[in-house]
Ligand binder design. Sequence first.
Ligand code: PBG
Length: 332
Amino acid sequence: MKPTVAPFPAARLRRTRVTPAIRGLVRQNTLTTDDLIWPVFVRDGEGIEEPVSSMPGVLRRSVDKIAEAAVEAQALGIPAICLFPYTDAALKTEDCAEAWSPDNLCNRAIRAIKAVAPDIAVMTDVALDPYNINGHDGYVVDGEILNDETVEALVKMSLAQAEAGADIIGPSDMMDGRIGAMRSALEAAGHRNVSILSYAAKYASGYYGPFRDAVGASGALQGDKKTYQMDPGNSDEALRLIERDLQEGADMVMVKPGIAYLDICYRVKSTFGTPTFAYQVSGEYAMIQAAAQNGWIDGEKVMLESLMAFKRAGCDGILSYFAPQTARILNG
Ligand code: PBG
């Protein structure tokens, strides 16, 4: 009997991997500097760059240093920078009024960046946790996180940020109805071109630990965020949240954390085809850095591979603490 199959493999898939040129030719996804949003931490003072111990390589910067960092990011071709304030404990109150003060750290940083790096988009975080005595994203009364009262405060906060010059408002609080409320308030105040990038599918995650240290909220946090952030066991709910936020006027949506939630990124992008972002959060960054520092992984390789994974999953961009390091590599 003659063999019915040819004596060579019918499909040599290895042919498309044979040289760097051919691999480049067939590669479906690419990572570019255009994909990056750089989250940074702002603190009080002047001339200060202080390391965040749980996030090796990440600094808390005073406003003047943030402005310098924005100039550098703009030169690297990073399209957006996202501000997170480390607020002095003395400014944290029950009503969180510092959140909408025109001169709070975040708003001062926006103006300082706009003065020296007008072409980089400035994104903000909207939630009460940096200003709240109990570390929660919303008002807490008798152990309950109040939704509608919190939304009112968040609207004031987003207006103050838009007033200071923010290009993209990033509500990370997970209250219901906040996108619609912010959109109408922004429109009414004439901020028609200020975008909203909603942290629409944000999970109650252990991966945020180092961030809470970075913004000084970890000691303050009482309890957990499970009544407003999503349950890691759910995925259909993420689609409902995204759909709702888009209907309320979100221009872009985010899935957070990133690498453990690539299935969500994929479903969101394939269902809605809307600008979709992932947040490679502090814990993901810290894990890669820790393993790299121990010599257990090649940090640079894993960094680039992890960012590519978001592109493959359908994301249009990634918030990553690795943004400047990545841009330097991509720029050659
Ligand atoms: C707060 C906020 C958090 C992050 C971004 N905005 C923490 C939280 O929800 O507790 C986490 C970012 C990170 O871990 O890098 N609303």
